[in-house]
Design a protein around this ligand. Structure first.
Ligand SMILES: [Fe+2]
Length: 319
């Protein structure tokens, strides 16, 4: 059985590597918690191990084909072929397939091992540390943070209803209530939650520091300026964006930038007003600072030469 488990694990990790889902942390937590629950319930640990390893083995492929709802059937079919190829006993195959087929819960579980797998799956969506990995994975994949949080809340609801084993309920009930409150009222409604959102988004941007972004002086870019402190300039929307002028390229990673606004300001030496078509725009010279090129999102255009020279002169004089 050890060899079968080893090969099943290799298969599942290969699938994760190829399709990028579920995140390894989520895969590992079900595996680990399945064993804890099997011990507590006196169940067959090998069946639970194979069940937790194989229950979502085709989740990534199903998602890539736009057939996420079919991942249980696809995982069961692939598990059957895999286990038969290794000449695993028919009785064991039947039990493992029961685990795979019932891992999203059912009114009546076919075995305690299947019930354990379904409960072990709930840890992926109800344990706070794993939830954070899940949310980051979704936003990393391009989902807006609010949408990711709403999606996670839906999954939490579904998994909370699936919980049936006393130990799993005891482990996760408080986490469910706390995380639901935090995500619903803390993240989606509360103003302060913008800081949480920006911190989450900042981690995503920080991963881009290895990618080279080509930029030049005088260019205007949409930039992830973020959510900052006090009167420092902030960005808007889920991506915390604001236009910024690239005043001075320091190297390929850093530049000196000046944030821009369209909100009217009083006449002062630290506001540079200029016209773009018929629109008045204002460069906030007082908000000048060094930025990482990883913050650059999308090029907007170029400031005309005449204005650029005047901005530089104004900055030199003012500073
Ligand atoms: Fe699943």
């Amino acid at each position: 059985m050890k060899d079968v488990i080893k090969k099943a694990r290799e298969l599942a990790l290969d699938e994760i590597k190829e399709f990028g889902t579920p995140p390894v942390a989520l895969f590992e937590v079900s595996l680990e918690q399945g064993q804890v629950l099997a011990e507590a319930c006196g169940a067959d640990k090998d069946i639970v191990t194979l069940g937790t390893i194989l229950m979502d083995v085709k989740l990534g492929e199903a998602k890539s084909l736009g057939k996420k709802d079919e991942h249980i059937k696809m995982s069961a079919d692939a598990s059957e072929v895999f286990l038969k190829d290794l000449d695993v006993d028919d009785g064991v195959i039947h039990q493992v397939l029961q685990c795979v087929n019932e891992h999203h819960g059912t009114k009546k579980f076919g075995s305690i091992e299947a019930e354990i797998c379904a409960n072990a799956d709930c840890y992926r969506f109800l344990r706070p540390d794993i939830l954070m990995v899940f949310i980051t994975g979704l936003t990393d994949g391009g989902m807006e943070l609010n949408d990711a949080v709403k999606f996670v809340l839906k999954k939490m609801e579904e998994k909370h209803k699936t919980l049936s084993l006393p130990k799993a309920i005891k482990d996760l009930r408080t986490h469910y209530a706390t995380m639901k409150e935090f995500l619903e009222n803390g993240v989606l409604k509360n103003e302060n939650a913008q800081y949480y959102k920006w911190t989450t988004y900042k981690q995503i941007i920080n991963k881009k520091t290895s990618k080279i972004v080509y930029f030049n002086e005088r260019e205007l870019w949409w930039m992830h300026i973020g959510l900052n402190v006090g009167h420092e300039q902030n960005g808007h929307g889920d991506k915390f964006l604001r236009p910024v002028l690239i005043l001075k390229r320091i190297n390929r990673h850093l530049f000196v930038g000046i944030p821009q606004t369209s909100k009217d300001k009083i006449d002062h030496e630290y506001y540079y007003k200029y016209k773009h078509n018929t629109r008045q725009l204002i460069l906030l010279l007082l908000q000048i600072r060094v930025f990482s090129s990883a913050r650059l999102h999308e090029k907007l255009g170029m400031l005309n030469k005449e204005d650029f020279i005047k901005v530089k002169e104004r900055v030199k004089k003012w500073l």
